[in-house]
Design a protein around this ligand. Structure first.
Ligand SMILES: Cc1cc2nc3c(=O)[nH]c(=O)nc-3n(C[C@H](O)[C@H](O)[C@H](O)COP(=O)(O)O)c2cc1C
Length: 144
């Protein structure tokens, strides 16, 4: 299984990087990271049954609205969404401040463990049952 982590921050070594590194430690311990079933954001290939998890970082506000938006994307792509012990958000402004947000870093570790479990379970499920059948898309506007 493979995990792709995408850091959308303009700061390569900022607080988002710290949040993702916390998850990477758990993936490495599994050890899944080198060899791993994935996080995908915003790409046009088939994402069916690829596990998705969004991580949002902010100085103060807007976290849960952003989290909701990204999760909406996952859920129109046939992606199971991994959950944690709280919403996947981390607070910090200056690079490094996320290290002081102990509860959020725990949330990142829990998220990574839950993702690992989900990815392994889906891999087993695929082997045993195959992927769910897909219907042709029916596009209607409201009831017509
Ligand atoms: C483009 C951009 C938009 C941001 N918008 C918000 C925001 O809406 N609310 C907030 O509290 N912080 C906002 N911030 C602050 C960052 O979320 C915060 O500084 C955090 O450290 C970002 O993670 P990073 O260090 O990985 O870039 C924004 C930062 C950037 C660069």
């Amino acid at each position: 299984m493979k995990v792709l982590m995408i850091n959308g921050s303009p700061h390569p070594n900022g607080n988002t990087a710290i949040a993702l590194e916390e998850m990477k430690k758990v993936f490495e311990a599994a050890p899944l990271f080198a060899d791993c079933d994935e996080i995908v954001v915003g790409t046009p290939f088939d994402k069916t049954m690829k596990v998705g998890a969004s991580v949002v970082v902010a100085r103060r506000g807007g976290l849960s609205a952003t989290f909701d938006e990204i999760n909406k994307y996952f859920t129109i792509c046939g992606m199971p969404v991994a959950s944690s012990q709280y919403w996947n958000s981390v607070h910090g402004r200056e690079p490094g401040e996320a290290n002081q947000d102990a509860e959020s870093l725990q949330t990142m570790r829990t998220l990574a463990r839950n993702m690992t479990f989900l990815m392994k379970s889906i891999a087993l499920g695929k082997e045993k049952f195959g992927l769910p059948e897909k219907e042709e898309w029916v596009a209607t506007h409201f009831i017509r």
